[in-house]
Design a binder for this molecule. Structure first.
Ligand SMILES: Cc1cc2nc3c(=O)[nH]c(=O)nc-3n(C[C@H](O)[C@H](O)[C@H](O)COP(=O)(O)OP(=O)(O)OC[C@H]3O[C@@H](n4cnc5c(N)ncnc54)[C@H](O)[C@@H]3O)c2cc1C
Length: 242
């Protein structure tokens, strides 16, 4: 398979979610519409090293496909991270970036017979935010959508208000947030994502499709637990961030 050509994008907006996570809105140059499937990612060639293989960093597209050339990424600043540090230090409005994409097969099926659970931690929510908005804004027929989002604190709960409004407007969309290090005022779920999806699938008795996204440890653990609950690997789809 041949690689997609490199393109340029310009940063058109930057919005901070908290001290270590920002959304970057990029306009792809030379196209009226930047077409992609919800769940896909783009890869940047960042000027952070001499060797091309050391300069590549991928980021999932967090926005739903629209009718223009702008797309959103949500980037967490990894301590001493070269790529995410480059975004935080250099990518203000007007900055240009070299990227290729869209890429990836972590996309939704064409039609849905079963409920789906989208399970993520941190910026692993990015492809799911794109998919949830796409499914709901286009009234795609689907039995149930469960978004299971785990993070440390309330300030890390990316897009919380938006997901809550979507859940209020769409009874078949369920937003499950759990915090692993909440402060004492938190009245919601406390702990990791694993208990939540185990409850949702009623210990493996509900036939569902699962989509997992985030850092390797969470994805591997969820995959193993779902296998142990009896789900075949065709039901479990993965995107690993490393
Ligand atoms: C499909 C996909 C989608 C992703 N989406 C997001 C997202 O939406 N938001 C987000 O915050 N992150 C996302 N990531 C993670 C992101 O690509 C970076 O890994 C993350 O930003 C940390 O990169 P860093 O350069 O800051 O950290 P670093 O520690 O500098 O690098 C992180 C990774 O880059 C590679 N790397 C680093 N140095 C070298 C080197 N010298 N040579 C070769 N490889 C090297 C390694 O794989 C390393 O694990 C995604 C990753 C993938 C694969």
């Amino acid at each position: 398979m041949s690689l997609l050509p490199w393109q340029n994008a310009t940063v058109v907006d930057v919005v901070a979610h908290n001290a270590h996570t920002k959304s970057y809105f990029l306009a792809a140059e030379g196209v009226e519409v930047f077409a992609f499937k919800p769940g896909q990612f783009v890869t940047f060639d960042l000027p952070i090293a001499d060797r091309p293989s050391q300069r590549m960093r991928s980021y999932s597209i967090a926005s739903a496909p629209g009718n223009n050339n702008v797309f959103e990424l949500v980037v967490t600043h990894k301590p001493n991270g070269a790529g995410s540090g480059y975004f935080f230090d250099h990518c203000s409005i007007g900055h240009q970036l070299k990227f290729r994409g869209p890429q990836g097969t972590f996309v939704l099926p064409d039609s849905f017979n079963l409920p789906i659970a989208l399970i993520c931690t941190g910026t692993g929510v990015a492809p799911f935010r794109s998919q949830v908005k796409y499914l709901l804004e286009n009234n795609i027929t689907i039995p149930e959508i469960h978004l299971v989002f785990g993070t440390r604190t309330l300030s890390d709960a990316l897009y919380k208000e938006e997901f809550e409004s979507l859940a209020a407007a769409h009874p078949h969309f369920h937003y499950h947030l759990t915090l692993s290090r909440p402060d004492h005022n938190w009245k919601g779920k406390h702990g990791y994502v694993h208990e939540l999806y185990t409850d949702i699938c009623k210990n493996g008795t509900v036939d569902m499709d699962f989509f997992l996204c985030g850092w390797r440890m969470m994805v591997n653990e969820a995959r193993t637990r779902l296998q142990d609950l009896g789900y075949p690997k065709e039901r479990v789809h993965l995107e690993v961030y490393d």
